[in-house]
Ligand binder design. Structure first.
Ligand code: MG
Length: 294
């Protein structure tokens, strides 16, 4: 057993080499709350609550207040062996505040895994009763039964076709094999921008789109059909319409052939059930900052 000695938080602001621009926002820094959870045996686990005013409504100020005043008191002094019940207690401690809850739960689980000398992935695998696997480069050992790799994508901010072309070339030169392009800022010219990226990236590179709720239902269907028609090799289109318009998401999906992914529509299990019931999406973007609820 290890007693939880402290839950600490600090604000981290990281400048970006390129401004991050979506249909919802523009930012030149990443502002995030880092949560450190200390066990009595000297182990520290880490979690993070990013500030995303336009998406989750969370700020570093609100997350700091939530962690310090509401969530830390649930954990400090408790035994980390009870991590499952403690995580449930964190989720119940207050309404919403998903980013703060996710950060604290992540820090708790990270500390438990580190104290046991295993990667977090192994802890999850053991709980789920599935074989342990570890991604290449994690290097914490622990009897990995297999190795797997996941090719991540890199986001290209919304911008002019010229800016997108050079950004796509730069990211591919850096070794990325999948690009995620922000669209939805202007339905009339979105297809031209995707074409610029496809031409710059070449045929072997995966291209995914994220409209960040930027289209109306009708615009979404028109643009996605035009993209399919232009044969630009788009893998998936994320959140074409407003997050709370689940019926609209289903309406769009029914009328297009490209796969649709839900992001701002899904914040937890209740949202996910609704998406499944309405057959509103082919995939869901899971972000820890959205998943502080149970
Ligand atoms: Mg998204």
């Amino acid at each position: 057993m290890a007693r939880i000695r402290a839950v600490r938080s600090s604000v981290l602001s990281i400048p970006l080499h390129t401004p991050f621009v979506t249909a919802l926002r523009r930012t030149s820094t990443i502002d995030t709350l880092i949560v450190c959870l200390d066990l009595a045996d000297g182990t520290t686990g880490l979690g993070e609550a990013p500030q995303v005013w336009a998406v989750t409504g969370d700020s570093v100020a609100s997350a700091t207040a939530c962690v310090e005043q509401v969530l830390a008191p649930v954990l400090v002094g408790a035994d980390s062996d009870d991590w499952d019940a403690l995580a449930a207690g964190v989720a119940r401690a207050c309404a919403r505040n998903f980013g703060a809850k996710a950060a604290v739960e992540t820090a708790l689980l990270d500390a438990v895994a580190r104290a046991a000398g295993m990667p977090l992935a192994h802890l999850f695998a053991d709980v789920a009763g599935v074989p342990r696997r570890v991604s290449r480069g994690v290097g914490l050992g622990g009897g990995a039964a297999g190795v797997f790799e996941v090719a991540t994508d890199v986001t290209i901010s919304a911008g002019s076709p010229e800016a997108l072309r050079s950004a796509a070339q730069a990211r591919v030169a850096e070794g990325f094999t999948r690009l995620k392009l922000k669209v939805g800022t202007d339905a009339a010219t979105d297809v031209a921008r995707v074409r610029a990226v496809r031409e710059a990236a070449g045929p072997g590179i995966g291209v995914r789109l994220d409209a960040n709720q930027g289209w109306s239902r009708e615009d979404a269907v028109a643009v996605i059909r035009a993209l399919a028609e232009a044969d630009l090799g788009v893998e998936i289109v994320e959140q074409p319409v407003a997050g709370d318009d689940v019926e609209g998401l289903a309406w769009v999906r029914e009328r297009v052939d490209l796969p649709i992914m839900a992001d701002e529509t899904v914040y937890g299990a209740t949202d996910l059930e609704r998406v499944i019931r309405l057959e509103a999406a082919d995939a869901v973007n899971v972000k820890l900052a959205k998943c502080g609820d149970r």
